[in-house]
Design a protein around this ligand. Sequence first.
Ligand code: HEC
Length: 425
Amino acid sequence: MKNLYAIYISISLLILIGCQDNDSGRTPFILAGSEYQSFEVICDRDTVLISKEGIRVKIEANTFDCTKSRMIQLSFAAALTKADMIRNKLYTIDDKGNFLESGGMFQLQDKTNNTETFKKLIEIEIPTNTANSMMSKYIAQEENGVLVWKNTESAIELANTQNLQNGKALFMQYCTSCHNPTLRYDMTGPALGNVHLFRDSTWLLEFTRNSVDLIEAGDTLALCLLSAWSHAHMTSFEQLSDQEIKNIYEFIANESRVQGIAEEEVKYLTTCDNVGQIRSELRNPILTNSTNSYQYITILSDRNWVNIDHLLFTEDANQIDPIVLKLDKPYEQMNIVMVFEDRNIVIPFVPTAENQEVYKLFYSESKSKINFPLGEKVDIVAYNAGADFEYTILKDYQPNKTDNNLTLSLNKKGKTKFLKAIEGL
Ligand code: HEC
């Protein structure tokens, strides 16, 4: 333990901001490379820990065994982003080989007593900027050296979603008669997925309230849309307040992330892109106060890794030829993963039994076809954690129905550069 800052906010409640502490001990559930944060807490007091990721851990007095000492050492590790998962060798695959999409993984351990099960339930609050109501709780189990996730069938509670709920209700009530609720396809009006990324927030407010006013004032974008959409006027919504309209776009933004709609998928860039409205500086989100403002809440009862996750929809999945990677030569400490570009999904590759230089996705080694949501783009990250730390990142691969054979050669060096490169995925 290097630093420990304690702020007393009441006599019985402590908030601790932890520091990083590298842990070298290993059990199946203490992973190599995991970035454990250490906390010292007073055993018989209610305590709230805040991890460096902003995760809040609410521990009631006497959750841990106080017989040995009054102060106990806790260690906490979490992986919220794709980069965190790659560094810690945590993946988003369930015990049947299905792809999961993670809302965050974490683990809490009582180092003083080394107990497996806690005496009281601990509430955990994980910050998220995507509120996905389909998430449920998974726990880890080890299979051939890989942690896979088992669904506990317990739902995750979502907090701070009042505006979102309101926006959803208004969208359903007023907009879906003309705009497709999937946000992906055109109807009477255009698809609205990711519209907040392509239109100025003030413009969205004004256009939604009264598009006819904008058209009459000669707004070039409104005029362009009108002629692109067969001169059908959109209904005016004078009755909606600014906040209500913002809530609708907060819902559209969140739903676009939940549905994994890629930025280039909805064609704002090809309709009315000649009027100069689509510029990067216009990407000023209408949702200034909603970044990271939601929380997933769950309960922890033991020291196992927990994952807030949901099964990726397979409705529009296709049977495709497995993705087969061939390395240009043998490498010693190879790690290869596939990460989805628009979703928190990280799937490991494993060597095939026949040829150690040929890799297939974990669980698909013996399959002739795999389920894959076509249209998704992935990045393939391969690294050799040996002395030179060589790596390569293949960007933007879109799997085909047939023939997904790729050859990989590692051509960059240095762990620091690698860690920086995966942050951007
Ligand atoms: C009666 C059908 C109708 C309803 C109801 C409707 N819209 Fe529209 N909307 C349109 C049409 C048609 C257009 C194309 C532009 C035009 O004709 O002015 C459009 C365009 C838009 C655009 C511009 C898209 C772009 O490319 O910039 C946004 C944003 C939008 N609508 C949001 C909404 C919202 C939010 C609601 C609900 C509060 C809503 N619309 C309700 C028909 C409708």
